[in-house]
Design a protein around this ligand. Structure first.
Ligand code: NAD
Length: 270
């Protein structure tokens, strides 16, 4: 993958493919960043974690790859455009875009806060539109692009008390199909990965809300809500999602586009 070495401030690798991953300083996004760094990619990190710059630097140092870090809040389209422009300016293009950032809120519809609905739609769905739109020109120009949207099993099936999340993820699957069609003439593919439950901060933080909404203990939530949906009674490993993303980003995957691929321990087979 790395064809030659040029001098860049602190890192030796620049002529490598470049990946931009939203929400890559935590959870699934961070796992994807680590797998692509191991494969020699330049990494454009993004995330709201207070120590995000530090996390990005650690990964870049560990795998000796070039990187940028943007704390852009994906609720702000202008910040998204700046983040994408900076990655293109630094690395020449964006070969792979992973729309991964997401949030969750769990509550019955009559108690669902309006501001949580708006934030979930903005971050989990509308941001993917803005980032994709901003990265489109460079992918088109280079006649190569791999856009991978981290949707969810909730992009294919519903659960009660997750109205905004399920609506956003179903929307993201529809967006994926459309962009798959629009990208085909330009060597750009667009696919969604639909994970089951993964043990990350996003899941940990909803346990108390789930316990309240379902009137259960937190232990019961893990057993009766999360793993109950999985035929394989395990959380989906972050590393499996990272390897799936690597596969969809490969040159060989050029005729896979517009799909929503469940990686969900058998959840949506039922
Ligand atoms: P996480 O909370 O560990 O990571 C989410 C990331 O998104 C963080 O880096 C956070 O800073 C970033 N983010 C949130 N709001 C942002 C904003 N406004 N601007 C910029 N960045 C923002 O969660 P995760 O579980 O790794 O989730 C990653 C993706 O995977 C999400 O889209 C989520 O819906 C999806 N997913 C997760 C699971 C699961 O069980 N964890 C299952 C299916 C799908």
């Amino acid at each position: 993958m790395i064809s030659e070495t040029l001098s860049l401030p602190s890192k030796k690798v620049t002529v490598a493919k470049t990946i931009l991953i939203t929400g890559s300083t935590s959870g699934i996004g961070l796992g994807i960043a680590r797998a692509f760094a191991a494969a020699g990619y330049n990494i454009a990190f993004n995330g709201l974690e207070a120590n995000g710059a530090e996390i990005a630097q650690q990964v870049a140092d560990e795998f000796n790859v070039a990187h940028t870090f943007s704390p852009a809040n994906l609720m702000q389209p202008a910040a998204i455009r700046d983040m994408v422009a900076n990655a293109v300016k630094t690395f020449g293009t964006i070969d792979v875009l992973v729309n991964n950032a997401g949030i969750q809120h769990v509550a019955p519809i009559d108690q669902f806060p309006e501001e949580k609905w708006d934030a979930i739609i903005a971050i989990n769905l509308t941001a993917a539109f803005h980032v994709t739109k901003a990265a489109w020109a460079t992918m088109k120009e280079h006649k190569f692009g791999r856009i991978i949207n981290i949707a969810s099993a909730h992009g294919l099936a519903a659960s009660e008390f997750k109205s905004a999340y399920v609506a956003a993820k179903h929307g993201l699957v529809g967006f994926t199909k459309t962009i798959g069609l629009e990208g085909a003439p330009y060597g750009i593919t667009c696919n969604a990965i639909c994970p089951g439950y993964v043990d990350t901060q996003l899941v940990e933080s909803q346990i108390p809300q789930q316990a309240k909404a379902h009137n259960m203990t937190e232990k019961e939530v893990v057993e009766k809500i999360f793993l109950q949906r999985h035929a394989v009674k395990e959380f989906v490993p972050v590393e499996l999602l990272a390897q799936t993303t690597l596969f969809l980003a490969s040159d060989q995957a050029g005729t896979i586009t517009g799909i929503a691929l469940p990686v969900d321990a058998g959840w949506t087979a039922q």
